[in-house]
Design a protein around this ligand. Structure first.
Ligand SMILES: Cc1cc2nc3c(=O)[nH]c(=O)nc-3n(C[C@H](O)[C@H](O)[C@H](O)COP(=O)(O)OP(=O)(O)OC[C@H]3O[C@@H](n4cnc5c(N)ncnc54)[C@H](O)[C@@H]3O)c2cc1C
Length: 395
């Protein structure tokens, strides 16, 4: 006789926790506890102030729990699986997308670029300190006039003797002003190449971008490069061409597939909780059919999103994850997550717009997540091309 099914759990209606092994559950629980202790009590305040005042402290703590460059091996990195990394992203983004962004840019963009394309000396110089959170990294690809189409970038690196000289601007760069090292992608005579620019290099500055209404608890900056002279060994030797930055983005997008459902989960849970306790017309609003329809639809998309993230994670661990599949996950999960947050906002009524509850913060954060790492339209075009065989990126 098969055992009777476990009782229905409103927080895990499909029993998806059963898909996780003990080590995966341990990673999830460690990161969840860290976020509960170190982020949740403060994040509404940081958000309201539009700053992340303790970013260096948080980076060191994230390093100490192994969350930085988590999937990388050696150089002080945790060597975790794709599913473990995904679970960490989910738990971090359930606290705030800004904290997950800090970790994604550090691990999946800056460290990943150095780990995959750097020289042994570059790896030794930067990766252990970055894994420990002692050095923060950023990743500069987007420019003021070139976002979705990085092939048209204007930032240029020219050889001068054995040195390189960089000129240009990068825009919307997460961690920029607090970074000890910037991975900057620039056009050269040989094609696009990656350069490691240490903070403090003459001609390089990273002014912070203010007045954001999304990802407010995250540092976002411009990178200014005015005749930045770098030694020959500042270039990442193992890659030339856009496939370099695009491979890093693919890795970071995979984390977003998981992260977005974290923001959705936090919003769904806030709505469920509120619906059970808030009374109107003499009964909990969760007793009205229209509220139940919202909760049921949110639960469907939330747990389908977790299942999709899990499936993609297992494929990545098996070495069988294609970039088009990452686009599938990013497009679906961020789009559904933002819809869940917006619906949760309506369940909370006027309280839904308050920072006392997380839903509006998550909804506005996800506006950035919808745009960065490839907009909705870019991922539709990736899938459109994969489905039809016709490239529609240029009209
Ligand atoms: C908070 C935040 C943090 C970020 N962090 C980083 C970072 O750390 N590093 C980094 O390099 N970048 C970063 N970005 C930049 C981000 O990756 C870009 O914003 C994104 O790639 C889109 O570029 P864009 O904003 O220039 O929009 P554009 O490319 O100008 O697009 C504007 C609109 O036009 C649409 N569009 C463009 N081309 C087409 C087409 N062919 N067909 C149909 N529609 C099209 C787009 O989908 C979008 O809807 C960040 C952005 C934000 C908001």
């Amino acid at each position: 006789m098969p055992a009777a099914p476990a009782a229905f759990d409103p927080h895990d209606p499909l029993g998806l926790d059963e898909l996780l092994g003990p080590e995966e559950l341990a990673v999830r629980d460690t990161v969840r506890q860290w976020a509960a202790d170190r982020v949740l009590p403060h994040v509404a305040d940081w958000y309201e102030r539009g700053e992340l005042p303790v970013v260096r402290e948080l980076a060191r703590e994230l390093g100490s729990i192994g969350a930085l460059g988590m999937q990388l091996t050696g150089y002080g990195c945790a060597g975790a699986s794709a599913v473990q990394y995904g679970l960490a992203c989910l738990e971090l983004e359930a606290a705030d997308s800004g904290i997950r962004s800090l970790v994604s840019v550090q691990g999946s963009l800056a460290m990943y670029a150095i780990h995959r394309y750097g020289s042994e000396e570059q790896k030794q110089q930067w990766l252990p300190a970055m894994a420990a959170g002692e050095v923060i990294g950023c990743f500069g690809l987007t420019e003021p006039d070139h976002g979705s189409d990085p092939a048209a970038m204007r930032t240029r690196a020219k050889r001068d003797g054995s040195d390189w000289v960089l000129d240009g601007r990068k825009m919307w760069i997460t961690n920029g002003s607090v970074a000890g090292v910037a991975v900057v992608w620039a056009r050269t005579d040989e094609g696009v190449r990656g350069f490691l620019v240490p903070a403090g290099t003459p001609g390089f500055s990273a002014p912070e971008i203010r007045h954001k209404w999304s990802l407010r608890a995250s540092v976002t900056s411009e990178l200014v490069l005015d005749g930045v002279r770098l030694p020959a060994d500042a270039v990442l030797p193992e890659v030339t061409g856009l496939r370099g930055p695009l491979s890093c983005l693919n890795h970071a997008r995979y984390g977003i597939v998981w992260g977005a459902v974290g923001a959705a989960r936090a919003s769904f849970e806030a709505a469920l909780d509120y619906a059970r306790s808030r009374e109107q017309f003499g009964r909990p609003i969760g007793g009205f059919q229209l509220t139940q329809a919202k909760l049921a639809d949110m639960a469907l998309e939330l747990h389908k999103g977790i299942l999709l993230a899990h499936h993609l994670g297992r494929r990545m661990d098996a070495g069988r994850l294609r970039p088009e599949q990452v686009s599938f996950g990013k497009l679906n999960n961020v789009r559904e997550a933002i819809e869940i947050c917006r619906t949760a906002r309506t369940v909370l009524g006027a309280n839904g717009i308050s920072l006392e509850y997380p839903v509006m913060r998550h909804a506005t954060n996800l506006e950035s997540v919808l745009t960065y790492e490839g907009t909705v339209e870019m991922h539709q075009l990736v899938l459109g091309k994969a489905l039809t065989g016709i490239d529609a990126f240029r009209g």
